[in-house]
Design a binder for this molecule. Sequence first.
Ligand code: OGA
Ligand code: MN
Length: 210
Amino acid sequence: MNQPLYLTESDADETIAMALGSQGWIVIDEFLSQSLVQQLREESRETFAQGQFHVAGLGHGNDRVIDTQIRNDRVKWLDVETATSAQSAYLARLEALRLNLNRSLQLGLFELECMLAVYPAGSFYKRHRDQFRGIGLRTVSVITYLNADWEPGNGGELRLYHQPGDDTQFQDIAPLGGRLVCFLSEEFEHEVLTAKRERLSLTGWFKQRP
Ligand code: OGA
Ligand code: MN
């Protein structure tokens, strides 16, 4: 959070790569322009109102289960084929980031999976890891927030724990519009604290080959 505002895109990508290579996580403000954030937010709220989101699950494929005691956000996967122009602009920005991360860190990231997420007021996602060690496909978690005028009392912070199993050391990151958070998916346990108002984000994972 100590980076200068208005980084150029390649400066931002370089900053992200260096931080992932050292501390393993980073927050970049103003990653997206406010006009793109606004467009993404409005489209997201519209498709949410149309009932196009589903209750988020845990796990994958046949192991997928719904447990609203653990998470109760609603999600909608992005699909390149049907993406809006704002979503395509976002995916293009992340594609540039992916290529830069591969160049700087030789991570061999080959694909992005990405979803819109809505946390209705009262929603949360308990402490978890996005990828378990040793079976890693999801390598870098990439989250961009879409919220206007988020206030400290609104809750909904991403709590990023510094050490597995230790709940005393963490960073709380408010879901401010245009803010990007990246972290190594296997390393960092995290949770979403209860949001007191609707909270919108784009959540994705750069994946390695199986
Ligand atoms: C997730 C997640 C964090 C956030 O979807 O796996 O941890 O801040 N999201 O939205
Ligand atoms: Mn997560």
